[in-house]
Ligand binder design. Structure first.
Ligand code: ATP
Ligand code: MG
Length: 278
């Protein structure tokens, strides 16, 4: 059985004055999958996301989102998606709870208070729910932003560089959130310039370079493009990220003495433990 793709992009072109940013972009995103659009700064990732979310018109080509043409059926597209932009869109004067209630009300949903409550709990923001968002850390703000975009359960979500500027624990939390969403059937298109993020999350990865998709495949398919390196005996060194996470834990809590915290007697460091596990 072939399912219709959740997103289909065909020959999309876009220039800003004489700068050709997108020169014919094509790809499909299968429903319920995580698709990563990978590209350097200025590659055109945000431009493409803005076209797919109807904020910007393409110069040529077509795109359908949830079966609707982004040009002709823009309002249907908007009802089927949510967009978490590259820069967190939370209202800093409001508390986390108030931000969520506001969006639920704007979407005319019943029980905005209960919706806010459920999302605060799901995104580990219950304790901070009544604080102004201005006092949140970058990771908390990003989680609130994603929580806001899930109100109304859109079938497709766009995440533009969802972990930009986050510390390793906050990134892992966002990754877990995204994986969970996809496992529940939401289609996720995310952009990133972090290779490990695409590697961790995506079912398929497309590389946007000089205005076109130069490769599109699963991680295994992309890895096959390079010949395997000859096997040599090398001691596996932990990456700095392994060390950092072993020292501070990957729970997102920095002060609880959770997994990976250094014990008072300081004898057994978790760096050692991590190494043993590997
Ligand atoms: N409204 C605009 N007017 C003129 N040029 C623009 C406009 N929007 C984007 N551009 C240009 O288009 C190119 C692609 O920008 P875009 O923001 O899509 O890149 P990106 O891949 O999202 O980069 P980053 O990783 O830095 O977010 C850049 O050269 C940018 O300067
Ligand atoms: Mg961008």
């Amino acid at each position: 059985m072939t399912r219709k793709p959740a997103i289909r992009v065909t020959g999309i072109e876009k220039s800003f004055k004489d700068v050709e940013v997108l020169r014919g972009v094509d790809f499909d995103v299968e429903a319920g999958s995580i698709f990563a659009l990978l590209g350097s700064n200025g590659a055109g990732k945000t431009t493409l996301v803005r076209i797919l979310s109807t904020l910007l018109k393409a110069d040529a080509g077509t795109a359908t989102v949830h079966g609707f043409d982004v040009g002709a059926r823009a309002s249907d597209v908007r009802e089927s998606i949510s967009l978490t932009g590259q820069f967190a869109a939370v209202d800093e004067v409001l508390s986390g709870r108030e931000n969520l209630v506001l969006i639920a009300k704007l979407r005319h949903l019943k029980g905005p208070g209960a919706i806010a409550e459920e999302l605060l709990a799901r995104f580990s923001l219950a304790d901070a729910g009544d604080r102004k968002a201005a006092t949140y850390s970058g990771g908390m703000r990003r989680r609130l932003d994603i929580a806001m975009s899930l109100i109304g359960n859109p079938p497709i979500i766009f995440l533009d560089e969802p972990t930009n500027g986050l510390d390793p624990q906050a990134r892992i939390e966002v990754w877990q959130t995204v994986k969970k969403l996809a496992s529940q059937g939401t289609t996720v298109l995310l952009t990133t310039q972090y290779l490990d993020e695409a590697e961790q999350l995506a079912d398929r990865i497309a590389i946007l370079h000089r205005g076109t998709i130069i490769q599109n495949g699963t991680l295994a398919e992309l890895k096959k493009l390079l010949p395997a390196a000859p096997v040599e005996y090398v001691e596996k060194q932990p990456s700095l990220e392994d060390v950092f996470l072993a020292l501070v834990g990957d729970t997102g809590e920095t002060d609880t003495g959770g997994p990976g915290a250094i014990t008072d007697d300081g004898t057994e460091s978790d760096v050692q433990t991590q190494k043993e596990i590997q």
